[in-house]
Design a protein around this ligand. Structure first.
Ligand code: ZN
Ligand code: ZN
Length: 151
């Protein structure tokens, strides 16, 4: 998902949180004037949300690994997070996803991110995932890009 779309949807509370690559989330938020609460992992990755309790829960929430934590924090569909955890990384997850039929959502992946013309940055559990379709519509309808991004 385009970073400006992602930050906008998070500030609006349509997305519960987002994860961005930055070494200095406070400076990023200040320069953009965004009312979000940051939590830096210390490896150039920062969690951002407008909900302080969600940010605080990052430190105590049980999770099998960072992928599960990111999925929960960013509001990815649980079915898609569970499917992703079976594969453990983007490339094998994409391969499994593409094996399930026509792919409406994902252009490509690299080691750490999903490229999509839609407002998603997870790999759906299947091309017909109902929760993904619902979020794609919601994000398109709520985003300030007015759906200029396809989803
Ligand atoms: Zn948008
Ligand atoms: Zn799903």
């Amino acid at each position: 998902m385009d970073l400006s779309c992602e930050l906008y949807l998070t500030v609006k509370g349509v997305k519960p949180g987002c994860v961005v690559r930055t070494w200095d989330p406070e400076a990023l938020l200040e320069s953009l004037g965004l009312p979000l609460i940051p939590y830096a992992l210390g490896d150039g990755v920062a969690f951002l949300s407008r909900d302080r309790r969600r940010v605080e829960a990052l430190q105590t929430r049980p999770a099998k690994n960072i992928h599960e934590l990111v999925g929960w924090f960013c509001g990815y569909p649980e079915c898609c997070v569970e499917e992703f955890l079976r594969h453990g990384a983007l490339l094998p997850a994409l391969k499994a996803y593409r094996g399930k039929g026509l792919d409406p959502y994902v252009l490509s992946v690299d080691a750490e991110s999903v490229r999509s013309p839609y407002h998603i940055n997870w790999i759906p559990c299947s091309p017909s995932c109902v929760r993904t379709a619902r979020l794609v519509r919601l994000y398109r309808d709520e985003c300030r890009c007015g759906g200029a991004r396809l989803g």
